[in-house]
Design a protein around this ligand. Structure first.
Ligand code: NAD
Length: 409
């Protein structure tokens, strides 16, 4: 099964419970537009680097397309399609006036110099600038891209369309970005996890966590859960994992990572593999790296009591079924990691108004939106006796379907 098929499997599970005609189902599943472009740049060596970039615009019934740009060797049309569709459902779950899109460039950003990355980004925007913009499609960071890449995008876009900071979100705070955007996904993850634990009368304090992936999302998630009293007992990255049953000292770990750029080698924990981390006995397991992590066998081996999906699409449908059978609740990506797009929305609003919000306002509003969305989805799941994922898709499909009907096909 491929990633887009998996997203559609979840879509179908929810759509079956709604009174949708076959035509509306097809309309909602099919992406509006898919673009594939060649991104050729001069490498530092003087040779030509040929890369392929993608942008998939899935649906804009509720507002402009919105979704990240990923720089990673696994980026392809199918992945972009799957992630674009997830964005449509995610923006609807948290009730933002956006649709869904996703894209990226197939490359290994760790092997490109800063100059090569800048040229790659500018060339990609040169190729797609006519299809993005504040009222059309608004990119944001994802795996392998960061605030600097977003700043290059804004600058390059401005060469064609004039000064329009709202054309991209996740920019540096001192360059039209929003306070709190960098930490927003991790902050939101911690809020949603707190709410989920609260439903079984538990608190973050005293709860143990294992986090796969210690990049933007994983590290901020760890930090906020740590601040709430949670015990982070294991984290990992592409090079391996470290474990300390007494809880990792995150400040020390961050100092180590800032120098060595990997978690392995940190003296305050024992080395382990990613596989060991994913099957550890912990209260909460948080996948915060790639998609497609849990297959059927791994799902059977998981020992955590709760899974909160920070990554997009970490669970294959076959694994999801095992989690349901085993009674392991999963807080789905479209709800758990929506904090990033919520604050991207705030950034867009601030850019359009040329007005800045203080961090307290950003975090207060983010928390309010996520708590409201969590309660709505959790209550729906209980009322209909379905998983949180099915409830989230049901809510999202209803909202997007209604917008399509109101707006007219
Ligand atoms: P990032 O590039 O900052 O970090 C990714 C981390 O995953 C790195 O630590 C990397 O070493 C690690 N990793 C890569 N391959 C791995 C492997 N095989 N095993 C273990 N670790 C591995 O990316 P990010 O922005 O933190 O995104 C992580 C996930 O969260 C992605 O699935 C992304 O789509 C999702 N997400 C990100 C945001 C955001 O605001 N950045 C918002 C919503 C969802």
């Amino acid at each position: 099964m491929q990633a887009f098929e998996a997203t559609n499997y979840y879509f179908d599970q929810a759509a079956r419970r709604l009174d949708l005609s076959e035509n509306i189902r097809t309309l909602l599943m099919t992406p509006d537009r898919e673009v594939r472009v060649e991104v050729a740049i001069e490498l530092d060596s003087g040779k030509i680097g040929n890369f392929i970039g993608y942008r998939v615009q899935h649906d804009n019934a509720r507002g402009p397309y919105k979704g990240g740009l990923r720089y990673h060797p696994a980026v392809d049309q199918d992945e972009a399609r799957s992630l674009a569709s997830l964005m449509t459902w995610k923006t609807a779950v948290v009730d933002l006036p956006f649709g869904g899109a996703k894209g990226g460039v197939n490359c290994d950003p760790t092997k490109l110099s800063r100059g090569e990355l800048e040229r790659l980004t500018r060339k990609f925007i040169e190729k797609i600038h006519d299809m993005i913009g504040p009222d059309k499609d608004i990119p944001a960071p994802d795996m392998g891209t960061d605030a600097q890449v977003m700043a290059w995008i804004m600058n390059e876009y401005g060469k064609y369309e004039g000064f329009q900071p709202a054309c991209v979100t996740g920019k540096p705070v001192e360059f039209h970005g929003s306070a709190g955007r960098e930490a927003a996904t991790g902050f939101g993850l911690a809020i949603v996890t707190r709410e989920m634990l609260g439903r079984s009368n538990r608190t973050v304090a005293g709860t143990t966590f294992a986090i796969q992936g210690y990049g933007n999302v994983g590290s901020f998630t760890a930090r906020f859960l740590g601040q709430m009293g949670g015990k982070i007992v294991a984290v990992s990255d592409a090079y391996g994992a470290i474990v300390n049953p007494e809880g990792l000292d995150l400040a020390e770990l961050d100092r180590h990572v800032s120098v060595s750029h990997k978690v392995v080698g940190y003296k305050g924990g024992d080395a382990a593999t990613n596989e060991q981390l994913l099957t550890m006995s912990v209260d909460v397991l948080i996948p915060a790296a790639l998609g497609g992590v849990f297959d059927r066998d791994l799902a059977r081996a998981v020992q955590a009591g709760l899974i909160v999906e920070a990554a997009n699409g970490p669970t294959w449908p076959e694994a999801d079924e095992v989690f349901v059978e085993r009674g392991i609740p999963v807080v789905p990506d479209v709800l758990a990691n929506a904090g990033g797009v919520v604050v991207s929305y705030f950034e867009w609003v601030q850019n359009l108004q040329h007005f800045r919000w203080p961090i307290e306002q950003v975090q207060r509003e983010e928390e309010r939106r996520l708590v409201d969305a969590f309660r709505e989805i959790h209550d729906l799941a209980e009322r209909k006796s379905v998983s949180l994922r099915t409830a989230a898709f049901m809510k999202a499909i209803s909202r997007v379907g209604r917008a399509k009907i109101l707006g007219g096909i």
